[in-house]
Write a protein that binds this ligand. Structure first.
Ligand code: ZN
Length: 282
């Protein structure tokens, strides 16, 4: 399930994360303590203690088989434990399922809260979609949860590491979620595309856009959808050539311009996120 065999795109210490995701936790021991910059973990721990990132297994509060399956999801637990073994955290970060609000990161308690109602909503949306096979439902809901989880962990990293955010933080951590999935998770492109599909479905909730939508902290769902497509395409345009085609008779030149921008944007995101995370790796 986890795995990306080789070819770490990011030539820096976050390659370790890629290798860990590729080969499992045993490699944590093999690589622990040495980053590509030559910094040892003990040196890192001078500035970053190593507190846990931990999933709190509250019992489900909604009687729904998919909600229960997500609580028990091995993919989600694996992702959390790998991040826990890879990132140096100055404070314990708890991830609470069956929370009474969210999804959100609460900086006051350093907790991520995800309510069961959110999981049920994802499940209901995919269940109602004509093109979705019942056998694929759990995988799709898990995909969205993985993207959501990294998004919220992104907020936690910004707060815990004091990462500067110039612009909308919601866009920054959306991009981080897509980036980490693409770079280090087997079929991460598809996981990110499932999250994009959820944004697309949410954008269809209303025919009109209200003033309050522009005022919100997130970009519009349709923008989050296209931003995710842009990053998936930008990471590998030859593998995903048609993602940005609106099918509206746009000229090839115009489409090529959008493609080039997405490739550049993805490269910039990748370089900047990895350089900011590099000092905080175990
Ligand atoms: Zn957010």
């Amino acid at each position: 399930m986890l795995g990306r065999s080789a070819g770490c795109k990011a030539v820096n210490a976050l390659c370790i994360l890629g290798l860990v995701l590729s080969f499992g936790t045993s490699l944590v021991l093999a690589t622990n303590g040495q980053t590509s910059t030559g910094q040892t973990s003990s040196e890192s721990e001078d500035t970053d203690q190593d507190e846990a990132i931990r999933l709190v297994r509250n019992p489900p509060v909604i009687d729904n088989a998919l909600v229960t399956a997500i609580h028990e999801s091995a993919r989600m637990a694996d992702l959390i434990s790998i991040l826990d073994e890879t990132l140096l955290m100055p404070h314990e970060l708890l991830i609470q399922l069956a929370a009474d609000e969210g999804p959100l990161f609460d900086p006051a308690s350093n907790e991520i809260r995800i309510p069961d109602a959110f999981i049920e909503e994802i499940a209901d949306r995919f269940s109602a979609a004509d093109h979705v096979e019942q056998d694929d439902l759990l995988l799709l809901v898990e995909d969205v949860m993985l993207h959501t989880l990294i998004h919220e962990i992104g907020h936690a990293l910004v707060a815990n590491y004091g990462i500067p955010v110039l612009g909308r933080e919601e866009d920054a951590v959306d991009a981080l979620a897509t980036l980490l999935l693409i770079e280090f998770y087997e079929d991460g492109h598809e996981v990110a595309l499932s999250a994009a599909e959820m944004f697309a479905m949410e954008s269809e909730d209303s025919d009109t856009i209200e003033e309050a939508d522009f005022r919100g902290e997130h970009s519009l769902d349709a923008q989050r959808y296209y931003a995710t497509l842009c990053h998936v395409h930008g990471s590998s345009p030859e593998d995903f050539p048609d993602l940005l085609d609106l099918d509206d008779g746009e000229s090839a030149d115009s489409l090529a311009e959008v493609s080039d921008r997405c490739v550049s944007e993805y490269e910039l995101l990748s370089e900047n996120w990895f350089s900011l995370l590099d000092p905080h790796l175990q």
